[in-house]
Design a protein. Structure first.
Length: 113
């Protein structure tokens, strides 16, 4: 009986390890999509407030500007900082897959480029 229970435990551990890779990819995809949505949302808010955040044609530069933080120089939001939480390089690269330009603003693409 103990041998049967041990075998079931080993099979369960092996199957979980094999299935875990599929979940990791899905989790990373959702993370990348959410980061891209956050970039678009924060950029739109910063632009509406008059904060210089967009690096024309350079999405990575725009994301780096958001990570550093930017503040409008005039208007209601003067002195307020628009800042994106720090992202690791792999998170920035992942978010870039779901971002494109529409004029001078980034837009979210639900499907990878």
């Amino acid at each position: 009986m103990l041998i049967v229970i041990a075998l079931i435990g080993i099979l369960a551990a092996v199957s979980m390890a094999l299935l875990g890779g599929d979940h990791r990819e899905a989790i990373e995809q959702v993370r990348d999509q959410r980061n891209a949505q956050e970039v678009v949302s924060l950029t739109s808010a910063a632009l509406a407030a008059g904060a210089p955040v967009v690096d024309d044609g350079d999405m990575r530069g725009t994301i780096e500007n958001l990570i550093k933080g930017t503040s409008p120089t005039s208007g209601t939001f003067t002195g307020r900082t628009f800042r994106l939480s720090p992202l690791r390089e792999e998170e920035i690269s992942g978010a870039l897959k779901y971002l494109d330009w529409s004029g001078n603003e980034p837009v979210y693409l639900p499907e990878k480029k």
